[in-house]
Structures are given as C-alpha cells and as structure tokens.
Write a protein that binds this ligand. Structure first.
Ligand code: GLP
Length: 244
C-alpha cells in the first residue's frame, strides 16, 4: 500500500490495530501485538495514544512482544528499545505492565539461549501474534535478522552487520559505541504472526523495498521471506515506493 504521506499510512495502521483491540475487548479476549522500535512506527504509536486519549481506546486487553534489543543493553539506557517503547507508547496508555514483553538485554551470555527459548514459549502461550509491526534496515533485516538469517530462525542472539551499526551510530554518539550484538525474534517467529505490517518511509528505504518485493526470496535479504506470508502488507510512502 502506497500512501501520499507517512502520517496517513501510520494512521491507517493504527486504526486497524484499534479495530482488532476493540473486537477482542467486545469478546473479553486479549489482542497480541508484535511491536518494533525505530523511527518507522513512531506515528503509529502516537495515533494509538491519541485514540486512547480522545476515543476511549483501552489497551487493558493488549499483550505485547517486542522484536529485538541490542546486547548488552540496560533498559534505562537512552538507546534501548525498552526505553523507546515506554517513552513512545507504554507510559501513555493503560496497558498492564505484566502484559509487556521485551527481549532482556541484561541477561548473562550463558543463559541467552534459554532466555530466547522462554521468550518464544511465552509468545506461543499467549496464543501467537495477531498483528506484527516491522521496520526494515538497509541490509534487508527485519527485527535484527541480518543477511544470512533463514526462514527457520527462532529468537536468538545475532551479530550486527557493519551497515546496521553505521546506521545506528548517531543514536550512540559514534559507531564505536554501537553494540556488536543483539537479541532478535527469528524470521520463523515473525512469519508465524497472523498479520504483518512492514512500515518503510523515505527515499533511503526505496532500494531495499524494491529488492524485498521484486527480488528473489533469499536469506541474503531476510525481508524477502515476507513473500511467503499469506497476510503481509508493506506500508509505504511515495518516496519508499519510488524504485518499484
Ligand atoms: C533497527 C531495528 C529494526 C528496525 C530497523 C529500521 O536496526 N533492529 O527492528 O525496524 O532498524 O529502523 P527505522 O524504523 O528507524 O528506520
């Protein structure tokens, strides 16, 4: 879907999320959302906050699982995805703290494999993700699934691509401060979501978006795995769609 402006695109996605939440609330059921940090979803979260404040949207029946986190990373750190989520969404709505799940960037290295397996299990126990939001990196990563990540990959620790670290450098006041590793839901974990919205805005995303949609499905561009999903939509502005 190509929108004239990213704000229109974000509002449309927020409305679809709100509809799911309200439908589930009417049935006294939970809605499970897969969320992502980064610049792309900011306006989706802003619109959800507006709907909460102005149109009585309650997030009391929402369970969230975040996609990824740098490693090591303290949740209070300026650059942590955990802090981002609190500042841009959780602190402004009525979601219950016990329903928020974030990959733990403080766990000791020896327990990460178990921690990741437990994260996947919590997700299954919650009933699986109803709507997964994604951004995309210039390497074609979804979450932090860098090139080479196969469609069978589960939640795990990965090594960040050099290009991704350069793209993150401004947040860390220099590339040398960007962590070399991260924890991410796997491609397979992502593909199990019932509905996926990948958000990409701006000219900088146009080349990787063209490869994602028109290129061959290959682990060298992990986002191409979305071609296999039955309900994945790419939500673009005109600039991001320019090379299609
Ligand atoms: C980051 C995150 C991704 C995010 C992507 C795009 O590195 N790991 O989950 O979607 O890059 O970020 P942005 O939306 O800021 O362009």
């Amino acid at each position: 879907r190509v929108y004239p402006e990213s704000t229109d695109a974000s509002a449309a996605v927020a409305r679809e999320i709100a509809t799911l939440i309200r439908e589930r609330a009417a049935e006294s059921r939970m809605a499970v959302l897969g969320l992502v940090a980064g610049s792309s979803p900011v306006n989706v979260y802003a619109e959800l906050i507006r709907l909460h404040r102005e149109e009585n949207l309650s997030l009391a029946n929402v369970i969230t699982f975040n996609l990824d986190e740098y490693y090591p990373m303290n949740p209070d750190c300026l650059q942590s995805h955990a802090r981002f989520m609190h500042e841009h969404l959780f602190d402004h709505v009525d979601i219950r703290p016990e329903n928020i799940h974030l990959p733990d960037g403080t766990q000791p290295v020896e327990t990460i494999a178990d921690g990741c397996a437990a994260y996947d299990q919590e997700l299954i126990d919650a009933g699986g993700i109803d709507i997964q939001l994604l951004g995309i990196g210039r390497t074609g990563h979804i979450g932090f699934n860098e090139p080479g990540s196969g469609t069978d990959s589960r939640t795990r620790m990965i090594t960040l691509d050099g290009m991704t670290r350069i793209d993150s450098a401004s947040h860390f006041f220099g590339v040398e401060n960007v962590p070399r590793r991260a924890i991410t839901m796997g491609v397979s974990t992502i593909l199990q979501a019932r509905k996926i919205f990948l958000l990409a805005f701006g000219e900088g995303k146009s080349s990787i978006i063209a490869r994602t949609i028109e290129g061959e499905l290959a682990p060298s561009v992990p986002a191409t795995s979305l071609q296999e999903h039955t309900d994945a939509e790419l939500i673009l502005d005109r600039a991001a769609a320019a090379q299609l």
